[in-house]
Ligand binder design. Structure first.
Ligand code: HEM
Length: 438
């Protein structure tokens, strides 16, 4: 049976999930050749069991679909990366960026995030209305990721353009046409040749940013000729051999490129939709909005956590089964076959009534510690401290600068779902407000 909610259920897939949790918690979808898992405990097990549930998608492609694999490798904007790797490679890759994402390091970005939020609001504040997504939630994370990587200001527009393109990519939309393949391929070439030139500049003139840091622990720092050799190939994808010794791990240039692309993809659209979903949930639950406004310092953080549970920006993740394995109990028991894909429905797990009391209610007073909006296990979102900080700053600044904030009901028709199966959120959120002069 179909394990995906229909496109008409995008804004509200939750009844579908509730039915699946009850009647088909572990199900095989013959048409899409994929298993779906819907209950919190089963999903948590898969997240922690990385040996049997792999993130490495090369294990999915085999001799029968080798052609798709070649296409996937050539056109996937990220390519093999942190998020698609298993231990021990995963641990090595994660270690190389973990310092940049530790909460202490991230907290130093707060003044910058505050200034950007303030400036974005200043641009629209006199109108007394705005599109919260397009005017604020969308531009903020892309500027921050560009800053983090060390992209020069004058190139931020390029970065934003790629972010737009990535958001409409096949991996999100699940399309598989020749046109999509060609567009992805072109985009990948464009991004790679840009980042190759940035890497080259930063190799000669390192700054205090993530790309410069990655270069330091890479093969580019070891062998001076590599950049030159690779530059001669005009951005063509060359894999510099990864140098591994017994105790050390050295990044390749390809790894650095993958990080740049991954961070743009993983850190942008997710944060946009977290911010959008926070406000949508508040508009749908006016009493909760009032409560938040009555005491922002107490309720900002719980509001963010509750939104990550209630309207999780990432609705599902997938894994590859690495050996035949049995899941479930009694009649619900199911044999999962080696080499098949499994869809883990985060959006459903976070509404599991056996874990969360009144799971279908948006309640910012719940003492929430166990949602899996950022995943779980070894791949737990490394950008979580940054996403949380951006959302906190947006709520703080917006509630300070604006008052009488309400959904612009005349434009409510534009509150349409993001055209994605993975990402849960809306394209626009038109609001009216007054300026807070206090
Ligand atoms: C609300 C915003 C965000 C949500 C909901 C979110 C969600 C997730 C989830 C569910 C995973 C687990 C993937 C898996 O297990 O396969 C993940 C991993 C990841 N996220 Fe996020 N993310 C957000 C923001 C960010 C930001 C801001 C960044 C960086 C700028 C980021 C970078 C990453 C990376 C690099 C991984 C891979 C970690 C690994 O494989 O070890 N994310 N994210």
């Amino acid at each position: 049976m179909n394990i995906f909610p229909s496109p008409t259920q995008r804004l509200n897939p939750f009844d579908f999930y509730a039915m699946m949790r009850k009647k088909h918690p572990i199900e095989y979808d013959e048409v899409n050749d994929v298993y779906g898992i819907f209950r919190y405990n089963d999903i948590s097990k898969c997240f922690t069991d990385f040996k049997n549930f792999s993130s490495d998608f090369t294990k999915w492609f085999n001799s029968t679909n080798a052609d798709s694999f070649t296409k996937f490798q050539a056109s996937s904007p990220i390519g093999p990366s942190l998020i698609t790797s298993d231990p021990p490679r995963h641990r090595n890759l994660r270690n190389s960026i973990s310092e940049a994402f530790n909460p202490r390091q991230i907290s130093m970005l707060e003044p910058k995030i505050e200034k950007i939020t303030h400036d974005l609001l200043e641009k629209v504040i006199q109108n007394k209305n705005m599109d919260l997504i397009q005017d604020l939630a969308y531009p903020l994370p892309v500027i921050i990721i560009a800053e983090l990587l060390g992209i020069p200001n004058e190139d931020h527009h390029k970065f934003k353009k790629w972010a737009d393109q990535i958001i409409s990519l096949s991996i999100l939309l699940n399309k598989n046409s020749q046109e999509v393949f060609e567009n992805n391929y072109k985009l990948k070439q464009e991004m790679n040749s840009y980042f190759i030139s940035i890497i080259d500049i930063k190799k000669r003139d390192p700054k205090n940013d993530l790309i410069s840091g990655l270069i330091k622990s890479s093969v580019l720092n070891v062998n001076d000729n590599d950049v030159q050799n690779d530059a001669n190939k005009e951005g063509e994808l060359t894999q510099i051999q990864q140098q591994k010794t017994k105790d050390s791990f050295v990044l390749s240039r390809e790894d650095i490129l993958s990080f740049c692309n991954l961070l743009l993809l993983a850190g942008h659209v997710t944060t946009v939709n977290l911010i959008g979903n926070i406000f949508l949930s508040l508009f749908e639950n006016p009493k909760q909005f009032k409560l938040l406004q009555s005491n922002p310092s107490e309720y900002i953080r719980p509001t963010i956590e509750e939104t990550l549970r209630y309207k999780s920006p990432v609705q599902f993740l997938s894994r590859i089964v690495t050996k035949d394995i049995e899941m479930g109990k009694g009649e619900e028991k199911m044999q999962l076959k080696k080499g098949k894909r499994v869809i883990l429905w985060i959006g459903s797990a976070n509404r599991d009534e056996t874990i969360f009391t009144n799971a279908e209610q948006f309640d910012i007073t719940r003492n929430l510690i166990n949602h899996i909006g950022f995943g779980a296990g070894i791949h737990l979102c490394i950008g979580a401290p940054l996403a949380r900080l951006e959302a906190q700053v947006v709520l703080k600044v917006l509630l300070k600068m604006l008052k009488d904030i309400e959904l612009d009901t005349a434009k409510a028709g534009s509150v349409t779902p993001v055209n994605s199966m993975i990402i849960h959120g809306i394209e626009h959120l038109p609001i009216n407000f007054e300026i807070n002069n206090k």
